[in-house]
Ligand binder design. Sequence first.
Ligand SMILES: Cc1ncc(COP(=O)(O)O)c(C=O)c1O
Length: 410
Amino acid sequence: MTNHIINQLQESLENLKTNQQYRQIPHLQHHGQYINHKGQTLLNIASNDYLGLGSDSELQAEFLYELNQLPAAQRPKMSATSSRLLTGNNIQLQALESELKNWYESALEGQNTSNSKSVLIFNSGYHANIGILPALTTLPVKTLILADKLVHASIIDGIRLSQSKLVSYRRYRHNDYEHLAKFIEQADSTVERIIIVTESIFSMDGDCADLITLVKLKNKDPRIELYVDEAHAVGILGNTGLGLAEATKTLADIDYLVGTFGKAFASIGAYIMCNDIVKQWLINQMRPLIFSTALPPINHAWTRFILGKIPHLTEQRLHLLQLSTMLSAAIPERYCIIETGQEIGYQSPIIPYVIGDNALTVAKANQLQSAGFYALPVRPPTVPANTARIRLVMNAKLSDEDCQRLIEHL
Ligand SMILES: Cc1ncc(COP(=O)(O)O)c(C=O)c1O
């Protein structure tokens, strides 16, 4: 590498520092709900461990104990050692897919609807989102992708990788379905397929998509398909924790229901629930699935262990809702998101405290850290310009007193 390139990189890094946008990997030590950072012990209010399962050492001990009861040869291995299409497939993965399918079907039964979906597992939500849309759009079909302005970077990357000349895309204003409807109206008859893409709970704003309205829009035009990323809702919304689609009884209407295991599930990986033909197509076309080593079987065994618990964690979900409602009500209006979309009344545990200016946001995060909270600033380009914020996140292990103390320091 030439010195010229190194100098350019260094200069660009200096610019990031000047703009308070420089990212660093922090040195952390985890102790249950606490994080040791720079010599301080801080209560973690920044992770996506919404149900507190990731910090629960007893749960981990229970899992390891169960594993130890198995004969050594039956214990899940630490690596899949190849892609699923080579030798990486294994009984843990297959069992997890069929248990997820059962979860979906029992949630549907609760809604008196019948529908069948197949499940396919991926290594992460990032893999899912960068792989599904490019695979879906390899057909010689004129396709329009319409994505919410605030969808996650992984979805945007997936759209960018959907490179066919027959594919175009537009971003509608966040949760603004009139804007979305205008784009649909503008799609002339040569467009054969329209894929609407949204998150259910938005990762940075913490608000929800209105899935019922989206389904109504879908039902008006047979060309429309719905792609919903439930990364931040799975585990915490719905009677059995399947997400916002379960809570809003829209499960059967969503064509591509994506969820991840790295947040409330306290694991790693992701899934899609979709038509079986779509699953077979993804197996044949989806590059992150085909060209990456599958996750370790031990990991899927842990995800299965958690999945066995999730439907029964109703009390934790209620406590989480209560904490989130308390915190959300305490955020002064001037620190709330200004341009909220249509409010549909599901309180998520992600509560942004929007300051706007990068330096002031960093200062506020430092102040909260001095008060004992591991709170982190989120700045552009992760969020839109001038909306730097502290992303406050509740989890079911926090107490009312923890939440109250946080509110006092805001
Ligand atoms: C909405 C959304 N989808 C997908 C992902 C990526 O998931 P994973 O962390 O499993 O790669 C994230 C990560 O934060 C996310 O917020």
